[in-house]
Design a protein around this ligand. Structure first.
Ligand SMILES: Nc1ncnc2c1ncn2[C@@H]1O[C@H](COP(=O)(O)OP(=O)(O)OP(=O)(O)O)[C@@H](O)[C@H]1O
Ligand SMILES: [Mg+2]
Length: 343
């Protein structure tokens, strides 16, 4: 990716301003949270039952591609129950001791959010099994033959884990979550609602049809919808015009977001499959090397959306382009017979 490109799918926010922007727009209750009707209903039931029985809610796993609302929902779980929230992440827990320090300092009823829970150290994972099940950990005291394990009781807590790669979670960990929410991409009507809400909160005067256009080009993802809205606002500001359909089209063209919402990386992946591998099948690692990206990014960020909009399919032999991919990119399908009109 070149410097200056808008990296729409970058899960790591690039600047303080973007972070503050995201924070400000996060819904604070299940009621404010747009879409994901099924998951919202399931969570509501789980939280209400826990409140009625005056106990901590079951552990919750939130799975799905970046930007669909996992962190937001974790915060809502805490807010809705009026519980304190502790936030950590898999990569920050590299030793069992890191986790022991967090777990032993939790207050009763606290919500512990572990983002990217699939990236925790193995030794910490094992400690977590016992903590989740029995609210207890075993702490090793001493070294070598004289080492003994001392049990330590924990305050009851609710673990909320988030992952973009639920397939990487070991089964014993996955099984200890009382509920797994699979977040889906949002449809355009829902994204429009996200945008109307964001525009109102930011005090932006944007045409409805402009919002609909953004909704159609944001990869089914609220985070991207909000970021594009910001770029459109910039465009209108700099060009001194209204944030209307024209501004949206011009701004999105400038940032290389195509009519399907594909960004540079999506297109690089598609063009590689189509032109270098004749439509596939091509393996994930080969694909990642060809476009110069991590295979994890391709699998967690790029692929789910391309599958969802029907441009590729996953087969046991690798990724394959569909007929609509050939059409979208205007390339005659390899092996397809050309009609006379095409010549
Ligand atoms: N259902 C929703 N309604 C309104 N806004 C939403 C919704 N889901 C997400 N958003 C907005 O999108 C932004 C990104 O959401 P969030 O940070 O929760 O995503 P995530 O799933 O945790 O992503 P990642 O995997 O990258 O951590 C938030 O700032 C929030 O404002
Ligand atoms: Mg998150």
């Amino acid at each position: 990716m070149n410097e200056g490109d808008l990296d729409l799918t970058d899960p790591v926010l690039s600047s303080e301003a973007e972070l503050a922007f995201e924070g400000a727009l996060r819904p604070k209750s299940l009621e404010e949270f747009v879409g994901q009707t099924r998951v919202r209903g399931q969570l509501q039931l789980l939280l209400t039952a826990a409140t009625m029985q005056q106990r901590t809610p079951d552990h919750i796993l939130l799975a799905g591609p970046p930007g669909l609302g996992k962190t937001t929902l974790a915060m809502i779980v805490a807010y809705e129950g009026g519980r304190p929230l502790r936030m950590s992440s898999g990569p920050a827990i590299q030793h069992a001791g890191d986790l022991a320090a967090i777990l032993s300092s939790l207050v009763p009823g606290e919500v512990l959010f572990i983002d990217e829970v699939h990236r925790m150290a193995r030794s910490a994972e094992e400690m977590l099994y016992l903590a989740m099940e029995d609210f207890r950990i075993d702490i090793m005291v001493g070294k070598g033959a004289g080492a003994t394990s001392v049990p330590l009781d924990l305050a009851p807590f609710t673990l909320v884990g988030a992952t973009t790669r639920s397939g990487l979670l070991p089964n014993p960990l996955r099984d200890r979550f009382g509920f797994t929410a699979h977040l889906e991409f949002y449809d355009e009507a829902e994204l429009e609602q996200v945008l109307v809400r964001a525009a109102t909160m930011l005090g932006l005067d944007v045409d409805r049809e402009a919002l609909a256009e953004i909704a159609g080009r944001c990869r089914g993802t609220p985070r991207i919808a909000n970021r594009l809205l910001r770029r459109v606002r910039d465009y209108a500001l700099v060009h001194g015009g209204r944030a209307d359909l024209g501004a949206v089209r011009a701004a999105l063209d400038l940032y290389d977001v195509d009519p399907l919402g594909l960004d540079r990386l999506d297109r690089a992946v598609m063009e590689t499959i189509l032109t270098r591998f004749g439509g596939g099948p091509v393996g994930l690692n080969t694909l990642a090397v060809s476009v110069g990206e991590e295979s994890e990014t391709i699998e967690a960020v790029v692929e789910p959306f391309l599958v969802r909009i029907g441009l590729i399919t996953r087969t046991p032999r690798g990724r394959m382009a569909t007929p609509s991919a050939w059409r979208h990119f205007g390339i005659p399908e390899v092996g397809a017979t050309l009609a006379i009109d095409d010549l």
